[in-house]
Design a protein around this ligand. Structure first.
Ligand SMILES: Cc1cc2nc3c(=O)[nH]c(=O)nc-3n(C[C@H](O)[C@H](O)[C@H](O)COP(=O)(O)O)c2cc1C
Length: 196
């Protein structure tokens, strides 16, 4: 066993360890809209839910060159975002969408994704994704010394593709979710085991 004291790690070393330890992570493909009306899309795998009453999810956004990423800035400025849940068929597009596009470029257009307006927000949702969560910003919580921020959103509306729901639950095998592992490594659903 290796013993690594956190006090001996710099930020990059701790990030490398954590992204390999906390696996697999679900992927939130987040669409937002800037104040100027430009749509944005980027993947975020530091993603979980934090409450079921009301339904709330949380996403951790790091800084880029000391400033908020487009997604974080748009959410902070408009208070709105959509979490698009991808299936394993989106692997390549998800990966490509994380490139550093400038703020005036819409990844939704570059990737030629079929979008529709949200019901309750000004942010577009991706029609080809099996699930879209329309969210409003609840709070932003800063953590640590590297400036990462945890964005908590309340889910106002769940769009779920026909056939995925049984008894109010999403069928994971039909969903075929995509997971993020360490670095540019992803995982698909393996053997599924149902326990009593
Ligand atoms: C699968 C995947 C997951 C990612 N997860 C996160 C994350 O949880 N937090 C984060 O700050 N960046 C994450 N990134 C990096 C962002 O997607 C990347 O910085 C992107 O350029 C941000 O785009 P934006 O400036 O349009 O918001 C991830 C990248 C990939 C490929």
């Amino acid at each position: 066993m290796s013993k690594i004291f956190a006090r001996d790690l710099d930020e990059a070393g701790a990030y490398k360890l954590l992204t390999g330890v906390v696996v697999p992570r679900p992927i939130a493909w987040i669409s937002t809209r800037s104040r100027a009306g430009i749509s944005n899309l980027a993947p975020f795998s530091c993603f979980t839910f934090v409450s079921s009453d009301p339904p709330m999810i949380g996403v951790n956004c790091g800084l880029r060159d000391g400033s908020r990423k487009d997604t974080a800035r748009n959410i902070a400025e408009t208070g709105e975002f959509v979490v698009n849940i991808v299936d394993d068929g989106f692997l390549e597009k998800v990966h490509v969408s994380a490139a550093d596009y400038s703020a005036d470029v819409s990844e939704l257009e570059v990737l030629n994704l079929d979008c529709a307006p949200s019901d309750s927000l000004a942010v577009p949702r991706i029609l080809s994704c099996p699930i879209n969560l329309e969210c409003t910003l609840d709070r932003i919580i800063p953590f640590g010394r590297a400036g990462s921020e945890f964005f908590v959103g309340e889910v106002k509306l769940f769009h779920i593709r026909d056939g995925l729901l049984a008894d109010g639950k999403v069928d994971s095998e039909l969903l075929r979710p995509l997971g993020r592992l360490a670095g540019p490594v992803y995982g698909k659903l393996g053997e599924v085991i149902r326990m009593k």
